[in-house]
Ligand binder design. Structure first.
Ligand SMILES: [Zn+2]
Ligand SMILES: [Zn+2]
Length: 255
């Protein structure tokens, strides 16, 4: 086996070689672009990047600026278990074309650009974090997919931190100990029930969590049930704050 540094260098050389023979393709639509790992102009304009004004807790976009501390109707009605959640993109038909191949189609190369957008959207959260933890997959799903997309994103996000003492990547902090099946098609309350007690803190990390600010990383925030179940476990383990950073989030029309 090659030493880690050498095998990394070989992988990089291989990638450079591929980049030199294949034209770089847009991450969103496979059109040819100038720079690898980027979007074409049409995709860039079509993607809905999330920016203020938004809810101070969950970053649901507001149509008008209601002030820095304003909360959305959902957060006022039911306070989420996390302190703040931020996302780079609105989860819609456009961003789904990026998220689905990344999640299910072995397109792990997408993580680099997405992680950069996430680090920008969550810069404030990243600056305050002590630990960055991906939402874990159940081992059965990890076995089938071969990678945890949240972990790939978490790694890029930590690398992008501009802080003097960057947060520590804690890829195995949380474990998914119960098989929960797919959450698709379940309503918010059903999702919460489905993931209750699905997670725990890895014994190796139990003593590390107390008093720490943990940044949870996931691909898509839908109802927030999964990250809230993780936040609950971390809070019980003594975490000081739990923030959430996702690549995309579902935005429901205001009611
Ligand atoms: Zn494109
Ligand atoms: Zn909110």
């Amino acid at each position: 086996m090659l030493p880690a540094g050498l095998s990394h260098a070989c992988a990089q050389a291989g990638r450079l070689l591929l980049d030199s023979v294949l034209p770089p393709l847009c991450l969103g639509c496979n059109e040819i672009v100038e720079t690898p790992g980027t979007l074409c102009a049409a995709c860039w304009q079509g993607f809905s990047f999330i920016a203020p004004p938004y809810c101070a807790r969950c970053s649901a976009p507001f149509a008008e600026d209601l002030g820095e501390d304003a909360l959305c109707g959902a957060c006022l009605a039911r306070s989420p278990r996390y302190r703040r959640a931020r996302a780079a993109l609105v989860y819609d038909t456009r961003s789904r074309r990026l998220v689905l191949p990344f999640k299910h189609g072995d397109r792990t190369d997408i993580a680099r650009a997405c992680g950069r957008w996430m680090a920008r959207a969550g810069a404030e959260l990243l600056a305050e974090a002590d630990l960055v933890a991906p939402v874990p997959l159940h081992w059965r799903r990890l076995f089938a997919r071969r990678y945890n997309q949240a972990q790939l994103l978490a790694r890029v996000v930590v690398r992008q931190s501009a802080a003097k003492s960057p947060p520590r990547l804690a890829p195995e902090l949380l474990r998914r100990r119960r098989w929960t099946g797919s959450q698709t098609g379940l309503r918010a309350q059903e999702r919460r029930g489905n993931v209750r007690q699905a997670f725990d803190i890895h014994p190796r990390w139990v003593s590390e969590v107390a008093g720490k600010t943990v940044l949870l990383v996931d691909d898509v925030l839908t109802t927030g049930a999964t990250v809230e179940a993780c936040a609950r476990v971390l809070q019980r383990g003594g975490a000081r704050h739990v923030d959430v950073l996702t690549l995309a989030r579902v935005v429901r029309p205001a009611v």
